[in-house]
Design a protein around this ligand. Structure first.
Ligand code: BG6
Length: 513
């Protein structure tokens, strides 16, 4: 593994745009610092950034959580978490530097005294660690706690750039609201406390390399954009499949379900990047403008009952192991109606996409973990070959594999070697792992760095979040009104029958990823 020189290295030429920039001195305050997300993603990302020389010398990690811990106990937990989850190689001297700037503040969210202490700590850190008073607050906490924490920040003035004379930013984890109304209220509250440009709503799918590559593919090449429209494209299928179940998150998942958990955010963002027009440049405002436009044009089919399918996994077999039904998971109600699978047909009401369905599906306990965007082209209008010679010829497809085996596949017809003119589908593959020697940063690593740099390009704006809820709300309302719960599917299979019937009704079939 090649590591970039550490921060401040004179070999780093600041004018070289190919090298990632190093943020200014600052503190990263993690609310819910002892939780799952913090241990699995945030702390390892901090270590990886430090290891790549991308954290400034005046960087401090402040953990805030209910546990009655001191700095030492938090540092110990963080070290273990970083060691377990780091992407880059472990170097004691790198952790040593991070550990020197690691602090912990015990407190609950309604504890005024703890927040007063935090406000004071942030002032002191400028004197002790030279943070310049800058701070990013990461809300790695249940959405129900957002308002309390935001009000505490407002009360203490720690969110106000003018009061602190330094930058103060907030990172909000999804799900951002529970429906359109709650998202609007939450947006209003966040915007009251922080300046709009200082609010970073995380959708970690936007931090994935392949997702960003979709933009490079579309807008850096001449090959695809001219045919990226309803004249040539038949349909688009976006699949986010997971083999895991709910991984002990019953309390969260029972309240959320697949549509709110990932369809509202990750999958609609993938749709937006696939369908949007070219932004004038790649700054946050231009990208968001195009995404908001396309999300605003997303419509649900009139016949929603047939085109919004939900399922719930039953017991079954996965990778040779017996797995239990969703309703038998710890903490799940035995008669739960929460969906663990959702498939919906969307339309995008623009000239470019008129008549092209976008089928989005996601599910837990499906046969394997895979996320892909498949652009299915129309068949050639005329084939000058005998029909029997082209029987195995499908539609051309361009498949963006978001994960795993990140890359692209292009499927097209090719002549079978021999004396007859037989044409059959072949696949041409581009694999990230083979084409580049660098390995990709983790999504959270990239996004954390962007927060500290103040670059909001990869963070959805208010309007995007609200437009997404606008199309999810009617689906949730329909499902809540139906007498029956979700259709069961056996764990290890590709979802309920209704999911297949939805495409069959349109004369199409899901791709097998
Ligand atoms: C999260 C969802 O946003 O994304 C989880 O809450 C899901 O339910 C996860 O498992 C999947 O992320 P990734 O990066 O592993 O595809």
């Amino acid at each position: 593994m090649t590591l970039l020189p550490p921060a401040g290295n004179p070999l780093r030429d600041p004018r070289d745009r190919r090298l990632p920039r190093v943020p200014p001195p600052c503190a990263l305050v993690v609310f819910g610092a002892t939780g799952d997300l913090s241990r699995k993603k945030l702390i390892p990302a901090v270590y990886d950034l430090a290891n790549r020389g991308l954290l400034p010398p005046g960087f401090v990690l402040v953990g805030f959580a209910r546990r009655d811990w001191g700095d030492g106990e938090f540092e110990h937990m963080a070290r273990e978490a970083a060691k377990r989850g780091a992407r880059t190689e472990w170097r004691e001297e790198v952790w040593h530097r991070v550990a020197e700037g690691t602090k912990f503040l015990p407190g609950s969210f309604d504890d005024d005294a703890a927040f007063d202490k935090l406000a004071q700590l942030l002032k002191d850190l400028d004197l002790t660690h030279g943070t310049g008073g800058n701070a990013a607050f990461y809300l790695s906490i249940p959405p129900s706690a957002f308002p309390t924490v935001l009000r505490q920040m407002a009360r203490t003035g720690m969110a106000d750039n003018h009061v602190t004379k330094s930058w103060r930013r907030v990172v909000v984890e999804k799900p951002f609201g529970h429906d359109l109304q709650s998202a609007i209220e939450l947006n209003r509250l966040v915007d009251e406390v922080f300046t709009a440009k200082d609010v970073f709503r995380i959708d970690h799918y936007l931090g994935k390399e392949t997702v960003q590559n979709l933009l490079a593919l579309r807008f850096a090449n001449e090959l695809f954009e001219p045919i990226w429209n309803s004249n040539h494209i038949d349909s688009v299928q976006v699949t986010m499949a997971e083999d895991v179940g709910i991984s002990g998150r019953a309390a969260f998942y029972e309240q959320t379900g697949a549509a709110r958990d990932v369809l509202q955010n990750h999958l609609l963002q993938l749709l937006a990047l696939t369908a949007m027009d070219e932004p004038v440049n790649f700054d946050a405002e231009s990208l968001r403008t195009e995404k908001v436009k396309v999300l605003g044009a997303v419509q649900l089919p009139k016949d929603l009952r047939h085109y919004a399918v939900r399922g719930q996994y039953d017991q079954g077999w996965l990778a040779g192991e017996r797995v239990r039904a969703y309703r038998a998971e710890e903490g799940v109600a035995p008669d739960s109606r929460t969906e663990t699978f959702a498939a919906v047909r969307f339309e995008v009401d623009t000239r470019r996409w008129a008549g092209v369905p976008f089928y989005l599906r996601t599910g837990k306990r499906l046969p394997r973990r895979v996320t892909e965007i498949a652009v299915i082209f129309k068949k050639a209008p005329h084939l000058p070959f005998a029909q029997t010679d082209t029987e195995e010829l499908g539609n051309n497809q361009l498949v963006v594999r978001v994960q795993p085996d990140e890359g692209l596949t292009l499927r097209f017809g090719s002549k079978v070697p021999g004396s007859t003119m037989e044409v059959r589908d072949v696949a041409m593959d581009f694999l990230y792992g083979e084409a580049f020697t660098e390995n990709s940063p983790e999504a959270y690593e990239r996004l954390l760095l962007d927060v500290l740099l103040g670059d909001a390009s990869l963070f959805p704006a208010n309007e995007e979040v609200e437009q997404s809820w606008r199309v999810i709300d009617p689906i949730e309302q329909l499902w809540a009104s139906l007498p029956d719960g979700p259709e069961l599917y056996r764990a290890g299979e590709w979802g309920p029958k209704g999911g297949f019937e939805m495409l069959a009704r349109d004369g199409r079939a899901w791709r097998r990823p």
